[in-house]
Design a protein around this ligand. Sequence first.
Ligand code: S3P
Length: 433
Amino acid sequence: MHTPTEERIIRTAKNIYGSLRLPGDKSISHRYGMLAAFAEGTSRFTNFSTGADCASTLACMEALGAKVRRLEDGSVEVTGVGGRVTPCDAPLDCGNSGSTMRMISGLLSPQEGCFTLVGDDSLSRRPMERIRKPLEAMGARLMLTEGHAPLTIEGCALHAIDYTTPVPSAQVKTCILLAGLQTAGTTTVREAVRTRDHSELALRAFGATVERSLDSVSIQGPQKLRAIDAAVPGDISSAAFFLCAAALFPGSSLVLDALGLNPTRAALLDVLTALGARISVLNLEEKNAELVGTVQVTAPPEGLGSTSISGALAAQLIDELPALAAIGPFTSGGIRIRDARELRVKESDRIALVVRNLRAMGAEVEEFEDGLDVPGGQTLHGATIDSGGDHRIAMAFSVAALRAEGETRIQGAESVAISFPEFFSLLDLVAER
Ligand code: S3P
């Protein structure tokens, strides 16, 4: 059980106005950090994620022999192990981070040595069968604890596979690609829904050859990686809370600079546009194959309309769904979400917590096994919110609180540090009271 240590009071806002530059994308930082630590040479990153999750990845890689330095100008320098990690006796602590645990398992399975991976209570409840199956098909020796962490890997030589992922998951895809990178032959991952492609782009940036088709990614092993210097784009999943907040206030204007706009991550912009928000994208550039740009959002004077999210879109928007659900009551026609069963196995059961907290604020909402219906045209009141120690729940309800009548207390507010420690101070900067 998570014990909350911090409560934040969020007051009603009159408007959202300003310009922000957000810390580096969590998914990209995990990958840059892990690949740099595995590569040969010293990589330097500016705007690396400030979240605790990416610190878990760096700490695990340090325990495996990489060197990490945080420089005074805020950049991070990582000197890699040149393709061979140093086995360590102590368990590798992945903290709250599913990305760290799943991706590092692929990296370590073909290495020499025995490795134990542990995580916090939330991570220890999350499904790990999804990585055991493909890794075992490659010949890996991986022991789980009733389908979960702690997990132990006895490294050994693997063989290449052609694998179709049953659940769309970029973490699972990355796990297999990182094992394939070190394995003779061509390893292919096929997916019905194209998940975020940061690993494919990052592997190429670090010098690897990766082949792609519309629904598959292949890597031929073994290949070596070499160090890079890179600026990490701002995190669009963190931006989601600000974009949704701005979309709620007619007269708002919010500009987000140097934001990551990778097409496999940017579906939220289409959904907000469909809801009626005015969004413009400027200064679009490509950096290490990642798209970066400036996004400006203003709310429609007539208020937000309605939308329905299901199928592939639900998978692509999975991290943004709590924020969208939380603004649902303030739309005119409501928000319907389906095919999002994966939300139940994230850092918390996000469907259950969104439903419970919306009801605590006086909203009407209907829960489904794979989603929820949030009718529009509702008035919410301030309430005590149980974040369940889940960063995205804490932030989503901080956004709903801006339009609620009266104060809202966010319990477990410290959880925002998992992905976005600066969240509350940046919200104070742009929320006009
Ligand atoms: C992530 C992939 C997604 C996402 C998570 C980060 C990644 O999880 O929810 O926050 O960086 O690859 P799945 O791969 O399990 O869908």
